[in-house]
Structure formats: structure tokens, C-alpha cells
Write a protein that binds this ligand. Sequence first.
Ligand SMILES: Nc1ncnc2c1ncn2[C@@H]1O[C@H](COP(=O)(O)OP(=O)(O)OP(=O)(O)O)[C@@H](O)[C@H]1O
Ligand SMILES: [Mg+2]
Length: 247
Amino acid sequence: MILTIRDLHAAIDGTAILKGVNLEIPAGEMHVIMGPNGSGKSTLSNVLMGHPDYTVTGGDILLNGQSILNWSTDERARSGMFLSFQHPAAIPGVSVNNLMRNVMQNMRGAEMPLREFRQELNRVMDHLGMDRRFAARYVNDGFSGGEKKRNELLQMMMMQPKLAILDEIDSGLDIDALRTIASGVEEMRNPQRCMLLITHYKRLLEHMTIDRVHVFVDGRIVASGGLEVADRLEQEGYESMRASHVS
Ligand SMILES: Nc1ncnc2c1ncn2[C@@H]1O[C@H](COP(=O)(O)OP(=O)(O)OP(=O)(O)O)[C@@H](O)[C@H]1O
Ligand SMILES: [Mg+2]
């Protein structure tokens, strides 16, 4: 099991947001979390990456069977965890090119030959339909919503993480971009990797192979199943899920 989340509770400024999350993702699988606004999905992503604003008040997070609760965000990233942000921040002064060079060097613990780096960066940018000129631009500075999402995926595809958490990678994308992003994510599937996709819409899922869908309401998973769960949500909304959780 790459990721195991056991009865995870977390709070911010004393307010409980995660209220007993249980989730297991084996290697090779792509899992999806769907849930209403404010239910705690991004909080879960941030807590998984060790964001310092959140306090874990109970439970555990295991990576390959080992608890990572005491690990810094940096250690988590080095061990192969990756988070694509719902709202990626701009980093004026740092170009995409420089960020990626630094990231790759940090991940490998050694400098990546420039030629090899360039080739890989170009390949991934082409795959994502990104203009190569973006490499020289400051990270997310003045990027459109869709360009920011592509830039998040660029980082994932360069880093080749073992566990990728994609928080609303599809929000704000036009129809063509949705296909490009879906195929980028799909290309990342491999037997050694697992992915957790957070989304509000079924349309992204239609372009990829999904192993499990989890419904997240009020800080915990209330239902899990196959793609039919997403169909049911689309038709009935979250109210039915809330009700079935209460009863
Ligand atoms: N830094 C913070 N300070 C105060 N409250 C916070 C903070 N971060 C998150 N919250 C609260 O935690 C709750 C969960 O937020 P979160 O962003 O995890 O929801 P979400 O499920 O990702 O929603 P969305 O679908 O809109 O992205 C919200 O009520 C939010 O206001
Ligand atoms: Mg969110």
C-alpha cells in the first residue's frame, strides 16, 4: 500500500476540519475524491503534504507502511509525494526553467545534465500543449487559470512522483485543455505510482481510467465505489449521500 490514511483528524486555528478520514491507495491505482465546497478536500491534501498551518489531532498517515506525521514537507516531497495546488501561487522572479532545474536537482541529489533537462522539459511542455516560451516566464506570474494548471502538471510530469495528489487540476479548463490534461495524467499511470484526484466534475473522469471514487462530506469519506458513484452524484447531488451517512 503506497498511501494509508487512518482515522485522520486535523484542525486549523482550533477548528476541526478532518474528522476521521480513512483511505488506502495501492500502487498503480487512481482514486478520486468528490465532495461539496468546504468539506475539507484541500485541507486533506495540505495535511498529507505536512502544511504547517494544520494540526493533526488524531490518526496517522503512512507512506509505504511508514508513518510520515513527523516528516517535514520537504522530506515528504523528496520521498516522492507531490501536490498540485488548487490555487497555485505566483513566484515573481523565479522562472519555470529555474524552478524545474532546482526541483530536479533536489529530487536527484545531483545536477541533471543541461541537455537532458532541456529535452525532458521540452517533451513534457509539448505533451501538455504549453508554448516553450513559458519556460522563461516567472512561475504562474500572469498565467491564465488553465496555464497555471498545465504548469502544475508540468511539475508532476518532470518529478515523476510515487504519490500524486491533484487538487482540482480540471477547474477552469477549456474543453481541449481538459483532454490534454487528462491524457497527461493518464500517461503518468504506472504500476509503481498511485494518484489521488480531487474534482467536482465527472467530465475529467470520462477521459481516464479510475479505480475508485470516494465521496467526501464534512471532513470524512462517507461512500466509496466505482465510477457509478460519480454518476449517482451527478444525478442526485450530495444531499442523498449526507442522508445515507446519517441513517
Ligand atoms: N487557513 C484557514 N483558516 C480558517 N479556515 C480554514 C482555513 N483553511 C481552510 N479552512 C476552512 O476549512 C474548511 C475546508 O476547506 P477546504 O479548502 O479544505 O475545502 P474544500 O473541500 O477543498 O472546498 P472546495 O471544493 O471549495 O475547494 C472550510 O470551511 C474553510 O473555510
Ligand atoms: Mg479545495
